[in-house]
Write a protein that binds this ligand. Structure first.
Ligand code: AKB
Length: 336
């Protein structure tokens, strides 16, 4: 059986590790990874080859590979990106553009539609104030596209770049026999929570950080207000969504970018769940004005009806299943 050749950039990150494990569980893939860091033990045995280093220095190597699918996950997340916006632009935009150009070149040269899966984010949306946020309800893909963070701007722009490289590159689509184009597909993820890895550099991190701290009996000062509400999702659902979208027939997809959603929670509700599971957990609220502002500009809920209709998306984990059947059992095993 021929294996599907897959590249996963940012493989050492939270989604990367979970995705590599998901691909390996399915079988039939030859997995090449790229990251600044060496591969962690959790995935090193699952990977055929790891390219270590700054993607902007390394991307040329990949012109010699024959990938069927690229998962381009490498990114500087929202809080980190605000500390160093120009660096974030370099990683998030220039890095993505080089990977798109490489995959588009391979598509054209070998006349095959290389799939390019891109994790966008609810950070692509932006509200000016809380009244706008709470009034917006479940946000659709084409609404409120006015991000207020470097990371959000980067994600939204890279979605547009993905469309350019997959449909209009060099205006070749106007030729009588246009070459095979890249097959770009993006998902706007909510805040993701894994029981196995702790996030860093993001702004939705307070949810998972709070739970991991409570499970370890460590005090936690939450950097946003108790009433702060955004959309969240269990990591296994995020990985499943990437694999579902990868498998979806092209003819059924009417747009390049899809929202997905599972449940919305306030920081106060995260605390209630943590206290129920770990009585005595010490969780306080000490909002950081900048990080609070970022989350206040993000939607409380995402409308994922397009993904549901067009490629059969449906989360496995609502909030009760997330805590009772995934997060709490796994985290108890991990820390006890
Ligand atoms: C972040 O907080 O930057 C990410 C995201 C919501 O995309 N987790």
């Amino acid at each position: 059986m021929t294996e599907t050749q897959v590249l996963v950039t940012g493989a050492c990150g939270e989604i990367g590790q979970a995705l590599v494990q998901g691909l390996a569980r399915r079988g039939g893939y030859r997995i090449v990874t790229a990251d600044l860091a060496p591969l962690p033990d959790t995935i090193s045995s699952l990977v055929s080859e790891h390219v270590r280093g700054d993607l902007l220095n390394k991307f040329k190597i990949f012109y010699d590979y024959d990938f069927d699918v690229v998962f381009h996950l490498a990114a500087s997340l929202s809080s980190k990106a605000e500390e160093s916006p120009e660096m974030a632009h370099r990683i998030n935009v220039e890095g993505t553009m080089q990977m798109l150009a490489m995959a588009a070149y391979r598509s054209e040269k070998y006349n095959k539609h290389v799939k390019f899966l891109f994790p966008s984010s609810l950070a692509a949306y932006g509200f000016r104030d809380l009244a706008e946020k709470t009034g917006a309800g479940r946000v659709k893909e084409n609404e409120w596209n006015a991000p207020q963070t470097m990371y959000g701007c980067n994600k939204l722009y890279c979605e547009k770049l993905g469309v350019y490289y997959s449909r209009f590159l060099g205006q070749r689509h106007l030729e009588p026999n246009p070459p095979a184009m890249l097959d770009f597909r993006a998902i706007r993820f909510p805040g993701l929570v894994s029981a196995f890895t702790v996030p860093s550099g993001g702004t939705s991190d307070y949810g998972p950080e709070m739970l991991h701290a409570a499970a370890q009996g460590r005090p936690y000062a939450c950097f946003v207000r108790e009433d702060t509400k955004i959309s969240f999702m269990a990591m296994p659902d995020a990985v499943r969504s990437l694999l579902l979208l990868m498998d979806a027939p092209r003819e059924g997809l009417t747009c390049p970018v899809y929202n997905i959603a599972a449940f919305s929670l306030t920081a106060g509700e995260f605390r209630e769940w943590a206290l129920k599971a770990f009585p005595g957990a010490q969780i306080t609220f000490e909002p950081n004005i900048r990080r609070q502002g970022i989350v206040d500009s993000w939607p409380e809920a995402l409308d994922d009806s397009k993904a549901r209709v067009e490629w059969g998306w449906k989360p496995d984990y609502d909030v009760d299943r997330f805590f009772n059947e995934y997060f709490l059992p796994e985290i108890r095993k991990r820390y006890q």
